[in-house]
Each structure stands twice: as C-alpha cells, then as structure tokens.
Design a protein around this ligand. Structure first.
Ligand code: NDP
Length: 604
C-alpha cells in the first residue's frame, strides 16, 4: 500500500475540488486508511484531497519554463488573479519534503490559471454586514472582510470566482514523473483520525448498550409502575423474545418497503457532489411509499387482519429488527472492504474493527441503484414508527375498553404523524443532511434507523396503552400551540436553508445578510439562521417536548425522548460545528461571532 508522499507542513499544489485548477496549499496531515491528505488553503479552509489531486510545486514551475508561453500580456492578466488559496504577496516560502531547502518562489511562476470573476448582483446587495465591504478591483469583484484583514494579513481578500482554466493549464496537469522522482520521499508519521462517540471504547459499549436500552425501556413501559428506577427482577426468558414468524413479518415489511422504493414513480434528483467528483442519483418517492403503506394498512383493517399481532409481540419485533440490523451491519462492513477508497466515509475508517463497524466504512453503499442508507433513513423505520403508533392507538381502545382513543393518544399520534409526513414530503432535504453527506453506513445508522426510531420514538404511544392519562382541552390547546410553534421553527429553518442552498440568488433572499466562504457557498446570518446556529434543532426539541406532555407527569419515561433527543442534538451540533470549521475556516469563525448561541437563544 502506498504511504504518505507529501510531508506534513509541506507546501504543494492542491487541486480545487470539482475543478481542474491547482492552488498552493499546505499539507496538514495524512490519513493512511483513507489515503487522503488534509490540506490548508491560504484563507484557512481545510479540505481533504487524494494524492492524485496534489502535485509538487516544482513540477508546475519547471513545466511553465519549458512551455515558454509566458507572454507579457499573459503575465499581466495572471498577476491580477486571486484565489481562495492564493496570498497577495509576491513571494512565498517553500520547504521541500526534507524541510532543509527553503526557497522563495514567485507566485506568478506557480499559478498558470485565469480566474474569471462570478458577478452576483443579488449577492452584492446583501453583503452589507458591519464588517463586509464590497469593492471593485480592476474589474474584479471582491468581498473584502475587515476582520479577516486583521486576523490574517496575507489573506485580506475573500473571493468568489467562477474558475476557468487556461488552455495550457491542462498541459500542466501532466506530471513530469522524472522530476517527481528526484524529490526524495520521507516516511512521515500519520495523524490519528479524530474519533467520535468516545472512540473505540465508546463504540464498543454503544453496540451493546443501545439494544439493551431499547429492551429496558420497552420492558419498563409494559409494567404497571413504569418507573425507570425499577430494576427488572424477572426478565422475560431469552427464547420467548425470538419468534421466527415475527422475524418473517419483519422481513416482509422491510422488503415491501424496498419494493415501493424501487417503483418507477417520483422524480430522480442529484445528491450533493461527492469528494470524488461523482453525483449520485436518488429517487424521491417516500411520500408515495407512505400512501401505498397507508392504503395497505387500511385494507388489512377493513378485512380485520388484526394489527394487534404487532402489539402482542412488540418485544419480539424489536428483537427481530435488532437481529436484522446487526446482520445488515455485518454485510455492510464486509462489502466495504471490496469498494475503492473513494467510496469510503472519512469518519468510519480508523482501522479499528469495532469503531469502523459502529460508524460505518462505506459512505453510500448501493446494490445497483438501490441506495441502502438512503432507503433505511426514511422508509422502514420512519413509516414503521407511525404504523406502530396506530397499533398502540388501537391497542389502547382494546386494553382500556374504549370506544374512542384518549385525547392524549390522539395528540401523540397526530403530532408524530405530522412529523413523519413532513419528512417524507420534504424527502429531498435529507440529501444534504450529515447522515447522508458525511456519515458512513454502519451499525450506528442501521440500528438507529431500523430499531431506535420505530421502537423508542413510539414510547409515548406505547406508554399510554397501559397508563391511561386524561388531559383537559385547555392543556391540550396549550400543547397543540407548543407543537405548532416548534414545527414552524423547524420547518421554517430547514426550508430556508434548503432553498438558499438550492438557489442562493433567489429574490426572496435579496434582503438576507450572508457571509461568503472560500468554497463558494455562503452562510446565512439573518432569518432563522441568524437567531441561533441550529434553529432547526430548536424547533425539533420544542416539538419533542410537546409529544411528551400529553402523557402527564406521573413518570419520566414518556420524557425519555425529549431528554435523549436534546442530548443527541447538542452532540450533533458539536459534530457539525467541527466539520463546518474545517470546511469554512475563518468564515465559520466569523459566523460564530455574529450568531453567538448554538441552539437555545440566550442560553446555549
Ligand atoms: P442541518 O440541516 O442542521 O445542516 C447542517 C448544515 O447546514 C451544516 O453542515 C452546513 O452545511 C449548513 N449550514 C450551517 N449553518 C448554515 C448557515 N448559517 N447558512 C447556510 N447553511 C448553513 O443538519 P442535520 O442533518 O443535523 O439536521 C437535519 C434535520 O434533521 C434537522 O431539522 C434535525 O433537527 C433533524 N434531525 C432529526 C433527528 C431525529 O432523530 N428526529 C436526528 C437528527 C436530525 P453546508 O454549508 O455544507 O450546506
């Protein structure tokens, strides 16, 4: 296996993702599992590059000399160019891989590219924040940021360009292998991947603790006294938890959803461009799958094919789903060793079996066009959750001998149905989430999607079956208002960001203030995203509280969801923050200065 070719701290030329242009970058570290380099551009942006996207500076210099194409006019146009990776100084210190030879190299000799500015009238109008100045510079539109000037004297200009290579630029990419060989390779110690979730030990415990937590919660929920402090004295026999027929029903459910996913209905859209330059296609038909499922359930109710079977065997269903998610994770782990490095997720490739099994090695495992992660994220688990809620509603009527479900049960069912239908209706938005873009598909997501979501998120409905709770219409109105408020923030924030990412020049964003970043994307600093850094999490947590309140205050169990979910989103926010810091460098720091609170205004 090839090792690290470019040394840490070495200045090299790195290809700007998605283009054929090379900028001067500094090697920060090398991950020998994914064989990717973390490189730093001049404006502080850090990106991961493959070895093939990095070249020695010397090869560019030598190539240019040989090409003999540096006419004075060309030189003039070059000297004006700005790039995210380019400093304004004429000279730059370079150290070779041994760190002994340090030379001054003229910048103009390095970059043989012409940068064509991207003039965005709408952007001009809204980059009018306190620290942002817009200036025209020799016909080139630049966004100058005073704070950046103070912090990084070399990088006073942050520019958004449409990058177009010169004719000879393509020639430059043909590397002179002889020159490369002359530069001695030195073995360099590789940087450890930053491990999440408590690292290897954390992952090891989570693999056992998460299923144990599900069974403990479900078991407690069935008891008359649903106190979580009660330790189970008489656990059900292990054999009684496994029923092959239940497993068969689970498989039927899973494959029926897979069939709905494969139906050629619904539009096909592009996912976020991957680091390998590929763009995966996704079929958007989750809402149709939901309608088909609802119709099938309606028909089975009409013909009195008792859904009560699910309630009677609820723990067995949870066991079946867990077994299936473990088998799926094993399959995912094995197949991930057969795919190329380009297909791997960065975060699930530490080289440690337990950690990688938990985090997931492959980013977008597919069988043909069937995307396993995308399918599991929204279909079997999420739709399963509302079906389980319906099962609990019917079970409540049966167990409590009611003609009508309780108001609490109706509220819980309606709120969560709205949440699921919303997710399916806006299915396309999932393509930009961390789960799809960043995380590998392993035990964490497989178990989360197939077991945790349907069986733990339905705890409130399950609780109400054996713990009758009556609430007044007044209390119900207050809870409905709370849920509407949470939903408005959640939907408003998510829609605003998705619409902005899709088309930042949309006239509806004309009055929004934004911070440009070196990647070409901007960050909203007004609207919902100017209130806190994760307004969508705030709305989600408010809704989670509204789902628990109808269960009264006798036990903490129905509040498990909101407590756990708050912890999850605080942790998720920190993960996203780390990634955005890497992605956007100083622009992210500036965003954090402008928008001080993460999730809860004036609190956190
Ligand atoms: P988010 O939708 O919060 O997206 C975070 C990304 O948004 C960042 O990485 C960045 O990506 C972009 N971004 C951040 N700040 C700005 C800004 N100011 N302007 C423009 N873009 C910005 O990610 P999640 O995947 O965590 O959440 C998606 C939804 O799913 C949320 O509503 C969340 O509550 C919900 N969720 C629900 C769960 C559940 O179990 N019910 C679990 C987890 C999440 P970039 O710049 O690359 O676009």
């Amino acid at each position: 296996m090839p090792g690290q070719k470019y040394a840490n701290n070495e200045l090299v030329m790195g290809r700007w993702p998605g283009s054929s242009l090379y900028y001067e970058v500094e090697v920060v570290s090398f991950d020998d599992t994914t064989e990717r380099y973390t490189v730093k551009y001049k404006d502080g942006t850090e990106l991961e590059l493959k070895e093939s996207d990095i070249k020695y500076i010397t090869s560019f210099r030598s190539k240019k000399r040989r090409s003999g194409s540096s006419s004075p006019s060309r030189r003039r146009s070059r000297s004006r160019s700005r790039s995210p990776g380019r400093s304004s100084k004429n000279t730059q210190r370079r150290s070779n891989s041994q760190g002994s030879e340090v030379k001054d190299i003229k910048k103009d000799d390095i970059l043989e590219i012409k940068l064509t500015p991207l003039l965005r009238e709408n952007s001009v109008g809204r980059h009018n924040g306190d620290h942002d100045i817009i200036q025209k510079n020799d016909g080139f539109l630049t966004f100058t940021q005073q704070n950046f000037e103070q912090e990084f004297e070399e990088n006073e200009t942050l520019v958004q360009y449409s990058l177009r290579p010169r004719k000879e630029e393509s020639k430059m990419q043909v590397m002179d292998s002889k020159e490369e060989k002359q530069i001695e390779k030195v073995p360099v110690k590789t940087m450890e991947l930053e491990l999440e979730f408590g690292g290897k030990i954390g992952a090891f415990f989570m693999i056992f603790l998460l299923p144990a937590a599900v069974f403990y919660l479900l078991w407690i929920c069935e008891q008359k006294d649903a106190s979580i402090l009660i330790l189970p004295l008489a656990l059900p026999a292990f054999e009684s938890l496994w029923d092959i027929r239940v497993f068969g029903v689970f498989l039927l459910w899973f494959f029926a959803q897979a069939l709905f996913y494969l139906l050629p209905i619904g539009k096909v859209v592009d996912g976020v461009p991957l680091s390998n330059g590929k763009n995966l296609k996704y079929r958007i038909n989750g809402f149709y799958a939901f309608v088909l499922t609802a119709t099938s359930v309606g028909v089975s109710l009409y013909y009195k094919m008792g859904l009560h079977y699910v309630y009677d065997n609820f723990l067995q269903f949870a066991v079946s789903a867990t077994v299936f998610s473990v088998l799926l994770s094993i399959y995912l782990y094995i197949r991930s060793h057969k795919v190329s490095h380009e297909e791997l997720s960065h975060c699930g490739n530490s080289g440690n079996f337990i950690y990688d099994f938990f985090m997931g090695r492959e980013l977008n495992p597919r069988i043909g066009t069937f995307d396993l992660k995308y399918f599991c994220e929204l279909r079997p688990g999420l739709i399963g959750w509302v079906i389980i809620n319906l099962v609990m509603l019917l079970a409540e009527m049966k167990v409590q001998n009611r003609d009508m479900p309780s108001l609490s049960m109706i509220l819980v069912n309606s709120f969560q149905l709205l949440y699921v239908v919303d997710a399916l209706w806006n299915e396309e938005a999932i393509l930009t989430t961390m789960d799809i873009v960043h995380d590998g598909f392993g035990f964490m997501l497989a178990f989360g999607d197939l077991v945790w979501v349907p069986f733990v998120y339905s705890l409130q409905a399950f609780y109400l079956v054996n713990h009758p709770t009556e609430i007044s219409w007044f209390a119900a109105s207050a809870v409905i208002a709370l849920n509407i408020c949470g939903y408005a923030i959640f939907r408003g924030a998510n829609s605003q960001k998705n619409a902005f990412r899709r088309n930042p020049n949309d006239p509806k964003f004309a009055h929004f203030k934004t911070i440009p970043t070196a990647t070409g994307k901007s960050l909203l600093i007004t609207g919902w995203w100017g209130l806190v850094r994760h307004p969508n999490y705030l709305g989600d947590i408010i809704m989670a509280l509204a789902w628990s309140l109808p269960c009264g205050f006798n036990h903490i169990l129905p509040y498990f969801y909101v407590i756990y979910f708050t912890c999850l989103l605080i942790h998720r926010e920190a993960r996203d923050e780390r990634q955005c810091k890497k992605k956007y460098g100083l622009a992210w720091q500036k965003y954090c200065q402008r928008v001080r609170f993460r999730i809860f205004p004036y609190i956190y």
